[in-house]
Design a protein around this ligand. Structure first.
Ligand SMILES: Cc1cc2nc3c(=O)[nH]c(=O)nc-3n(C[C@H](O)[C@H](O)[C@H](O)COP(=O)(O)OP(=O)(O)OC[C@H]3O[C@@H](n4cnc5c(N)ncnc54)[C@H](O)[C@@H]3O)c2cc1C
Length: 395
């Protein structure tokens, strides 16, 4: 029984219940075999992403005036949670849902009109964001990729790493340095800017994309920029203030990732409970042994707790209230809970957990990412220590 079944504690509206059912229905056409085959070949789930786009789900957060569904983050969470709950992997397309928030909140009227309706209709894909760099890592304000203004263009040079979904995106939101870093620690977030790069317009030789093969099926890359030209009209917001714009989208991202983890967690528990009820060893179902039951019960309790904080976080976000503490807490708890559930499920399946055809090992590899990305849990703990508990800042 998941929190959505009990209905108590941040209840779902009737529309949300209908939405959840509809997403489940859509996802049921993309079963285990679909995801397993893609995992084996490290393929991109084109048909799944197309189906979500055509159903309007990836445009959930785009307001109706720009042809989106005009839904809240609570609904967006339901969509991603269910995609993962059904055994899929929303990481292939989740950024399409929230990256446009930077344009929506900080873009000019002209940019919103130009980009948001085609993104909502699925004609333009904004799946990629380039923030992380090899020599900066979690210390984002230390990035070194530069954009130098030359007339009506910026000329970009440098390197990003772990830039996901580039091959399946038309646009990339790119964080660049437009002024040297300040030596004053209070001003270290200044001098960074956000560009919307149209990948289709990159001249040959200016953009070098090198795929990184990872332990799970995740289209991610190193990206090198050699005098890549970006029109000045693609600067989002004010030059030098881009770090704030990226930071602004992070609460939504953390809450959505938490929802995916809750979906993963429920997947692991449901599969394990079913298997433990059917697998007979020593003349009885293995689930009758408390050594098998308790880790699953403990993981279920952790997922339930994480789900409640996730719901609280999205409710605050949708009400326009501060939600940094809740968004960070939800991401921390949900990523830990899904990993706990992954291990409990693996244990309950015994040797079969390692067999590809049971899908536990695949989801196990997929869910592990969220302890590290899009932000490492150490950085989340540091946020809680510093901003929630008021402890001294350590970096
Ligand atoms: C599959 C995948 C997809 C990704 N997709 C994207 C993407 O699309 N776009 C993008 O921009 N980025 C993406 N990332 C990057 C991701 O956000 C980073 O990997 C993550 O933020 C951690 O940065 P790092 O790998 O450089 O680790 P580092 O910053 O080098 O950290 C390494 C370890 O040290 C710890 N650490 C570092 N400093 C401290 C400190 N002060 N206190 C305590 N602990 C500390 C970290 O918590 C971590 O455990 C992706 C990563 C992966 C693996």
């Amino acid at each position: 029984m998941t929190t959505e079944d009990t209905g108590v504690g941040l209840e779902q509206t009737p529309d949300q219940v209908v939405l959840r059912e509809a997403v489940r229905e859509l996802c049921s056409s993309f079963g285990d075999a679909y995801w397993r085959a893609l995992d084996a070949e490290r393929g991109y789930p084109d048909a799944f992403v197309r189906a979500l786009t055509e159903a309007g789900y990836l445009a959930a957060l785009i307001p109706e005036e720009y042809d989106g569904a005009g839904l809240g983050l609570a609904e967006a969470c339901i969509i991603l949670e269910e995609a993962n709950h059904c055994g899929g992997n929303a990481a292939a397309c989740h950024a399409q849902m929230y990256m446009m928030g930077t344009v929506l909140r900080h873009g000019s009227a002209e940019q919103k009109k130009r980009f948001l309706p085609p993104i909502a209709k699925g004609e333009l894909r904004l799946q990629a964001f380039g923030v992380t760099e090899p020599n900066a890592g979690s210390d984002t304000t230390n990035i070194a990729t530069t954009a130098t203004r030359k007339g009506d263009r910026y000329v970009v040079n440098g390197q990003k790493v772990w830039t996901s979904r580039v091959a399946h995106s038309d646009l990339m939101l790119l964080l660049v340095r437009t002024a040297p870093a300040s030596s004053d620690p209070k001003e270290k977030t200044l001098g960074l800017s956000t560009l919307l790069v149209d990948l289709r317009e990159a001249k040959p030789g200016t953009l070098d994309v090198r795929p990184i093969r990872t332990m799970m099926n995740h289209e991610t890359n190193e990206v090198f920029f050699h005098d890549l030209e970006v029109p000045v009209e693609n600067l989002v917001g004010e030059e030098g203030r881009g770090f704030r714009y990226i930071l602004d989208g992070m609460n939504a991202e953390r809450i959505l990732i938490a929802a995916e983890c809750v979906g993963d967690g429920n997947f692991f528990i449901e599969r394990a409970v079913k298997y433990a009820g059917e697998r007979i060893v020593f003349g009885r179902p293995i689930g009758q042994n408390q050594g098998v039951q308790f880790p699953l019960a403990r993981a279920h309790a952790a997922i339930t707790a994480a789900d409640l904080v996730r719901r609280q976080a999205s409710a605050l976000f949708d009400a326009g209230r501060p939600c940094g503490a809740e968004a960070n807490t939800a991401k921390l708890l949900a990523s830990e809970a899904s990993w706990q559930a992954a291990n409990a499920s693996m244990d309950a399946h015994g040797g079969y957990g390692f067999a590809e055809e049971y899908d536990i090992e695949r989801k196990f590899r997929e869910t592990r990412l969220y302890i590290t990305a899009p932000v490492s849990n150490n950085l989340i703990l540091s946020y809680i220590g510093q901003h929630v508990l008021g402890m001294p800042r350590s970096f």
